[in-house]
Design a binder for this molecule. Sequence first.
Ligand SMILES: O=C(CO)[C@@H](O)[C@H](O)COP(=O)(O)O
Ligand SMILES: [Fe+2]
Length: 225
Amino acid sequence: MRNYRIAPSILSADFARLGEEVKAVIAAGADIIHFDVMDNHYVPNLTIGPLVCEAIRPHTQAPIDVHLMIKPVDSLVPMFAKAGANIITFHPEASEHIDRTLQLIRDQGCKAGLVFNPATPLSYLDHVMDKIDMVLIMSVNPGFGGQAFIPEALRKISQVRARIDAYQAETGQEIWLEVDGGIKTENIAAAAKAGADTFVAGSAIYGSGDYRTTIEAMRAQLATV
Ligand SMILES: O=C(CO)[C@@H](O)[C@H](O)COP(=O)(O)O
Ligand SMILES: [Fe+2]
């Protein structure tokens, strides 16, 4: 069995009690905090920035996984690194110089990743695998929590899994494969079977009455893969 990681998206948390909400999901068995940044430009929604990242940082030792849905990208990277981000991912269409942005994230001491919308081609991976710590496959179009999982994402996850395994065999470099959007207890095993190892879930966890029960149910599903 792979080493699976569950990453609740705080987009569906109670923003008035964000520190407690972050602690609660980690205490309930989650591994990573997923932090969705939207700019009302690259995506049609507006969320949170580095100040909020800095505010939640003292509330957990778990990695903070910052998903940037913003354009341009580079100016905010050092601000999020300073605010305590551990992983920073961005959408390749939103960066003028993808290699430079990946390097900038690593230079700031964070893990770097590329995010693929449902219609974004995987060819963006072609010449930058050496600078990538995580690939994030969107299983919804970015911008909102609570959307339905797009099944075609499974095929894309399988294709990325094959690329990662081949690259890892050749170089030894570890690359995580995250899936984001519409992940629930009912479909998490399918995403794992396709090759994902890190699972973002916002509404399915924060919208459930009992975070621990939901995370345990997800892990039980992962144990069947
Ligand atoms: O990046 C995004 C949406 O753009 C996600 O991280 C969502 O916040 C996940 O929410 P659910 O689909 O799990 O409710
Ligand atoms: Fe996200």
